[in-house]
Design a protein around this ligand. Structure first.
Ligand code: FMN
Length: 392
């Protein structure tokens, strides 16, 4: 099929993946209200068109998380990439590195952070990023942190919106993260996707490398996924954030903030940045879209505290709106997970190219010659769709 945009990538992923994994990526929690809200939230903002203003090809480089990056978007943490493609984490990280943008490895990964560091697949030398889920196993948390330190991780994202895993009804129906062994229905759906199966088995039966020394989590990735989601630390509190801040000398990002009060609390706890996120509509269903809360959070925390955003980014225009409203950068989730499933490293590269081109065209038609100019123009280049504007 011809791939023109990220929605096409989703369709290509749907054709290649067993249903259990496509649904895991695509789905949200409960009624999937927030999942839909994230996309619709972008439609609530319109972009100002300015003509005959700039003829230059826009410069898309910009600064976030302490560095200048080639593009204002990065690959955020997505669990179990290595189940959608053999060695999926490494492939995604390599595509990110080639595009000179960061990749953040999830705690729930087939490849460990050591493997990623050894492969040299981090986005740039010295810019390896890791996402930490605190589990109810203190020893394992310490091990994960020690591994991140040894691997030279620059930026740690502590995800805080997942202390209890929400009910994702598609996963319940497919028995993903409840069945410890493939059910007959799972096996049938896996066998119906031979290209996926052959690719995966070429790399051996997938298992979470970080759990190699933890047989209590089970053997293969399916069983480990069940146990990991049951072992989230539901008592996680700001006390652990304070503890982590004293323990982690690198950049600390709190991922999963949606309220102004929590954003201020994260800033006061010494975090370097937050990611406004509702976990892509996979956790608390019914909460607001991320883009809708961005302006008030940015206003509350002030210019000196960095705010990033994710949730529903599928278009270059979505990224433009988030940056205009004060995000320093954005994280992709499903956009690149679908691309990885559909086309491996080349697929992720293609998704990055699509968004790069969309961004470039959008900026040019707005009369802006760089992402930095967009950030400087800020709220002046977008307005709420129901606001007629001044016509200036
Ligand atoms: C399949 C899948 C797995 C995810 N796994 C993680 C994870 O392990 N850790 C984490 O912090 N966020 C995880 N997320 C959330 C993403 O980091 C991000 O917040 C979300 O995908 C953004 O929404 P979008 O995919 O609609 O762009 C996951 C998302 C998806 C779709």
């Amino acid at each position: 099929m011809t791939i023109v945009n990220i929605d096409d990538m989703r369709e290509a992923a749907r054709r290649r993946l067993p249903k259990i994994f496509f649904d895991y990526i695509d789905g949200g929690s409960f009624s999937e209200t927030t999942l839909r809200a994230n996309r619709r939230g972008f439609d609530a903002w319109v972009i100002e068109q300015r003509v005959l203003a700039s003829g230059r090809v826009p410069d898309l480089a910009t600064t976030y998380l302490g560095r200048r990056h080639a593009l204002p978007f990065m690959l955020g943490p997505v669990g179990f990439l290595g189940l959608y493609r053999g060695r999926g984490e490494l492939l995604a990280a390599r595509a990110a590195r080639a595009a000179a943008i960061p990749f953040c490895l999830s705690t729930f990964s087939i490849a460990s952070i050591e493997t990623l560091a050894r492969d040299g697949a981090g986005a740039a030398p010295g810019d390896l990023q890791f996402q930490l889920y605190m589990l109810d196993d203190e020893g394992l948390n310490q091990e994960l942190l020690a591994a991140a330190t040894a691997a030279g991780v620059s930026t740690l994202h502590l995800t805080v919106d997942c202390t209890v895993t929400a009910i994702r009804e598609r996963d319940v129906r497919n028995a993903f993260r409840s069945a410890r062994r493939p059910t007959p229905a799972m096996l049938a759906s896996m066998l119906s996707r031979p290209a996926w199966l052959i690719d995966l088995l070429r790399h051996g039966m997938p298992a979470v490398e970080a759990l190699e020394r933890h047989p209590e989590f089970g053997q293969g990735a399916l069983e480990q996924a069940v146990n990991l989601s049951r072992r989230m630390d539901r008592t996680l509190s700001w006390a652990e954030v304070d503890w982590l801040r004293t323990r982690w000398p690198g950049r600390l990002v709190i991922k999963g903030v949606l309220s102004t009060d929590d954003a201020l609390r994260a800033r006061d706890a010494g975090a370097d940045a937050i990611v406004i996120s509702n976990h892509g509509g996979r956790q608390l269903d019914g909460v607001a879209s991320t883009i809708s809360v961005l302006p008030r959070i940015v206003e509350a925390v002030g210019e000196t505290f960095e705010v990033l955003l994710d949730g529903g980014i599928r278009r270059g225009a979505d990224i433009v709106k988030a940056l205009a409203l004060g995000a320093s950068g954005v994280l992709l989730g499903r956009a690149y997970a679908f691309a990885l499933a559909a086309g491996g490293e080349a697929g992720v590269t293609r998704a990055i190219d699509i968004l790069r081109t969309e961004l470039s065209v959008t900026l040019a038609l707005m009369g802006l010659d760089s992402i930095d100019a967009l950030k400087a123009a800020g709220g002046g280049v977008v307005r709420r769709a129901d606001d007629p504007g001044t016509g200036g």
